[in-house]
Design a protein around this ligand. Structure first.
Ligand code: FAD
Length: 399
């Protein structure tokens, strides 16, 4: 008998949520997390309404909302500084949920604690250094210079961006070209509104600026631009971050009297994914399976959906190899829709050049008059409506 039913590499949003959900259904689960204490890595802090629905399905919503979650009720989209209307997402999305914001390190901590309470064994400050796929896969851990190997029925790679489990499991990576980046920083003492999020698109300058309130005068701000421009990191570049955000259309007063409450860092928006994230006793979930362009804020929702789909597949079939394949097929369908929608949004809102300008000149006036032309995938989730040629033509103003 293997040492565990499941070993999850990584105790992030994906690993901890999945582990908790499986332990609650009787599985013997080990989570291995290399960090002893979670810190601000400038990760997602805006969970789309369809991700909030997945948090409910997985049984982690109560943990998040009671420990760190916050619900801004409105969504304000601004095109070059002009609002195209304040949207109530709970009233206008199929799951009837508001989006949720939280401080990511606190969410990780809360989920790991909840997983432990559900019976998961958690090893923090321990690094996985190898995974051996197979009928009874094994995981090699390293801590304080000592190594140990443990066997399991299933390894779940939830080790995020730059996943090593992806490599150890023998998966091939697909990588989009590096076209744009997103920089983020947590700000406190901001006079920005706390009851709605602000997304400013400046498509003719290929820029985006975002403000996601977390309550108590704290907000996560992001600024995105094309990869031909230099990214931003470190305290010295905070003034440039603010200046560029304001130039893009973020109100200058949101930064008045405000102070930074964490690091400023920039990340490439290039998608990196594997097709069919299950093979030979190893499943990948979250960013390890598909790291999507954070400009569009879908990573955490997709991570929770992965965890829920894998949980359901394992519970439905005692043959975990077959369940792994069933999960991977469904994951691919979800990611395909997201990836396609992302490429459309990039084509309308971020791509530079005369061809893109012509595309925008056709699409944006129609979108401003009729917002139902914008595919709602990022709020309502993949599968909520077809992401097909008809949807693309409506968005691009071609019909
Ligand atoms: C700048 C930026 C902004 C973003 N904004 C948003 C947003 O607004 N909304 C959104 O939905 N998503 C956003 N995302 C994406 C989101 O952060 C990720 O999709 C999400 O965190 C993925 O969760 P995960 O559990 O797969 O990986 P992670 O959260 O990265 O967790 C992986 C864990 O594995 C651990 N680990 C890694 N290797 C090992 C090892 N060898 N041994 C043991 N442990 C290991 C790590 O320490 C980490 O704790 C953003 C990302 C970035 C970079």
């Amino acid at each position: 008998m293997p040492d565990y039913d499941i070993i999850t590499v990584g105790g992030g949003l994906g690993g901890a949520s999945f582990a908790k959900a499986m332990a609650e259904r009787g599985a013997r689960v080990l989570v291995v997390e290399r960090e002893a204490k979670f810190k601000d890595r400038v990760r997602g802090e805006w969970l789309a309404p369809w991700g909030v629905a997945e948090a409910h399905e997985l049984g982690v919503y109560e943990t998040l909302i009671s420990q760190c979650g916050y619900h801004p009720t409105g969504w304000d989209t601004r095109l070059a500084g002009n609002s195209i209307g304040l949207r109530d997402l709970a009233a206008t999305t199929p799951h009837a949920k508001h989006l949720m914001t939280f401080y990511h390190p606190r969410a990780q901590e809360a989920l790991v604690e909840a997983a432990e309470r559900a019976g998961v064994e958690v090893k923090t400050g321990v690094r996985v250094v190898a995974v051996q796929p197979g009928a009874t896969p094994s995981v090699t851990l390293q801590s304080n210079g000592r190594s140990a190997s443990l066997t399991t029925r299933l390894v779940v790679g939830a080790d995020g961006r730059g996943s090593m489990v992806r490599k150890w499991g023998g998966f091939d990576s697909n990588d989009d070209p590096d076209q744009q980046w997103l920089a983020g920083i947590l700000i406190e003492n901001t006079p920005a509104p706390m009851d709605y999020s602000v997304a400013v698109f400046n498509p003719f300058a290929s820029r985006i600026a975002l403000m996601f309130p977390q309550g108590d005068r704290r907000a996560r701000f992001y600024f995105g631009a094309r990869s031909s421009e230099p990214g931003m990191s470190g305290d010295r570049e905070v003034p440039r971050f603010i200046e560029e955000s304001v130039k893009t259309g973020m109100p200058a007063e949101y930064f008045e009297g405000a102070t930074s409450a964490g690091p400023l860092a920039t990340f490439s928006g290039a998608d990196s994914w594997v097709d069919h994230p299950y093979r030979n006793g190893v499943a990948l979930i979250g960013d390890a399976a598909a790291q999507s362009d954070q400009t569009w804020g879908q990573g955490m929702a997709l991570t929770l959906r992965d965890a829920r789909i894998l949980r359901d597949a394992l519970l439905a079939d005692d043959d975990w190899d077959a369940a792994g394949h069933a999960y991977a097929e469904e994951h691919d369908r979800q990611f395909h829709d997201l990836h396609t929608a992302e490429s459309w949004f990039t084509g309308i809102f971020m791509e530079p050049g005369a061809e893109a300008d012509a595309r925008r000149a056709k699409a944006l006036p129609q979108v401003a008059m009729d917002q139902t032309r914008i595919p709602d995938t990022f709020f309502s989730g993949p599968g909520s409506a077809p992401v097909d040629e008809t949807a693309r033509r409506r968005f691009f103003g071609e019909e």
